[in-house]
Design a binder for this molecule. Structure first.
Ligand SMILES: NC(=O)c1ccc[n+]([C@@H]2O[C@H](COP(=O)([O-])OP(=O)(O)OC[C@H]3O[C@@H](n4cnc5c(N)ncnc54)[C@H](O)[C@@H]3O)[C@@H](O)[C@H]2O)c1
Length: 258
């Protein structure tokens, strides 16, 4: 049997690199999937890809995860369209800019925190009651290797990715009585738009050199693929991980073991 048969999943950042791969895999494993992102055209493309493997159980909605009414509306939509919610993949995120703390714009710091921290918190706030009504389920939060390590120039992003680890631990403890598992997935560099932006941010004149440096920092000598991250997300979203909650799951080819 497919591993998510009968489950309903919402995926924020569902039109981006990792969210899109997860949407496709979750749909292929039998889930009804609601993809959530900022841009309808990008969502349509992601949904089309997922529909090709997942039958008719894929739909989309435009919402900004930093806005309470829009996150609440997204959960309501999942309930309306699919009759419940079992899985929330809280994955939307922004990288901000690469600048030292002393030069970092305050409004950009607030923006990164609004999407990456408040956005995840709002996802928990509105998804947890819905998942509880199903008798439990799984919430997966996309943190990062930046959730366990510092990185010069990325103070807002690093702060945000550390913050959601603490949030995950608290939510796991609060959700346990209702059968809600909560975990983070913590990738090192993955082949998506976000890394192209960070490569440029680190060295606008030679982003390729930054890419080579990042790849060399991986014991496997390469970036990960979004599909590799999606497979870990699938495991955590599915009942295969029924005794796993409150945990940080590195997916980094051993980078942080160094
Ligand atoms: N790519 C990497 O190397 C890497 C590594 C570790 C963690 N991550 C995390 O993985 C997650 C997915 O990133 P990605 O690599 O797929 O990048 P991406 O930029 O391709 O995807 C992020 C998606 O989030 C969406 N988004 C941004 N702000 C939003 C908002 N306010 N409301 C709704 N959607 C919003 C974007 O439109 C985009 O589609 C992010 O949380 C990112 O921080 C990425």
């Amino acid at each position: 049997m497919a591993r998510l048969e009968g489950k309903v999943a919402m995926i924020t950042g569902g039109a981006g690199g990792i969210g899109r791969a997860a949407g496709k895999l979750f749909a292929a494993e039998g889930a009804k999937v609601l993809l959530v992102d900022l841009d309808q055209a990008a969502l349509d493309a992601a949904a089309q890809e997922a529909l090709e493997v997942g039958g008719d159980g894929v739909s989309t909605t435009v919402a900004d995860v930093s806005q309470p009414d829009q996150v609440e509306g997204t959960v309501d939509l999942a309930l309306e369209r699919y009759g419940g919610l079992d899985i929330a993949l809280l994955n939307a995120g922004i990288e901000g800019r690469v600048l030292p703390i002393t030069d970092y714009p305050i409004d950009l710091f607030d923006q990164v925190i609004a999407v990456n921290v408040r956005g995840v918190w709002l996802g928990l706030k509105y998804a947890m009651p819905a998942i509880a009504r199903r008798g439990g389920g799984s919430i997966v939060i996309t943190s990062s290797i930046a959730g366990v390590r510092g990185r010069p120039g990325l103070s807002a992003y690093v702060s945000s990715k550390h913050a959601v680890v603490g949030m995950m631990r608290t939510a796991a403890l609060e959700g346990a009585a209702n059968g809600i598992r909560v975990n983070t997935v913590n990738p090192s560099p993955i082949e998506t738009r976000m890394m192209r932006s960070l490569e440029k941010g680190n060295n606008p004149d030679d982003p390729e050199a930054v890419r080579a440096e990042f790849a060399a920092g991986s014991p496997f000598g390469r970036y990960g693929d979004p599909e590799e991250v999606a497979k870990l997300m699938l495991f955590l979203a599915s009942d295969d991980s029924s005794y796993i909650t409150g945990s940080v799951h590195m997916i980094d080819s051993g980078r942080h073991a160094r």
